[in-house]
Design a binder for this molecule. Sequence first.
Ligand SMILES: Nc1ncnc2c1ncn2[C@@H]1O[C@H](COP(=O)(O)OP(=O)(O)OP(=O)(O)O)[C@@H](O)[C@H]1O
Ligand SMILES: [Mg+2]
Length: 253
Amino acid sequence: MDLVNRVPSGIEGLDELTEGGFPRGKTIVISGVPGSGKTTFCIEFLYKGVLDYGENGVYITLEESPESVIKNMMNLGMDLKSLTSKGKLLLVDANPLRGETMLTVSGVHTGFIEFKAYGLSELIRQKVREINAKRVAIDGLTALLMHYKDDFERRLEIVRLLIGISGLDCTTLITTEHRTYELRKYFLMEHFLADGVIFLDMFQSGGGFVRGIQIQKIRGIKHDFDFHLYRITDKGIVVFPKEKIFAPSKEEV
Ligand SMILES: Nc1ncnc2c1ncn2[C@@H]1O[C@H](COP(=O)(O)OP(=O)(O)OP(=O)(O)O)[C@@H](O)[C@H]1O
Ligand SMILES: [Mg+2]
């Protein structure tokens, strides 16, 4: 395994689709429908990063509270407190609407009025330095962008955030929301601006739904493009790299 240039995702089965993981130091957007496992993906990336690869991690939540994340992830077998207590993982609440105390974090304003990419990337830089982190996850870009009605401003904010975290020598995941279940996508600005994009979707199949994961792009590496089946289980996300969704049936080939 090339651990110098590649960063294993920590998601079972996924790295087979990228020939060994994410390119080191790049920013990958995890774009999913509601409940598709975006938060779980981020936490597994960080948790396995510490336990299996000795890389400290910073998790920035813009939506769900850290307490809720800790509780939910415990149900998937991940004891986050055991890592935070050792200073290997930081869970940072950057939700601008939660609590007065969050208006100022280590001298940086993250409150509603000042809640901008500049302040956020400054906060991330501080946290990364604090524990010498190599992995970062920013969960909930949509919460940051909702402050801007104007496309130009939104694009500027994304670029400011990407520039703000570049040069940190961290491999970074950023989650975002997309809203349709079907294959025809409305691409978002962050899909174009990031180094990589992974889609987490749901598709109607028979009477129910199946979950599908697709790597839309990762600049600089060869990767699979197909939709593959994935599941969320008691042990987290499992990708089935050999199981394609929408593969032509044998009769069609
Ligand atoms: N033990 C489990 N077994 C199977 N599926 C589970 C289990 N625990 C959680 N899930 C599934 O995982 C989903 C939540 O995952 P997660 O919070 O990571 O998604 P998300 O994309 O971040 O959601 P949101 O859009 O609310 O932020 C649940 O909606 C549920 O479908
Ligand atoms: Mg979530």
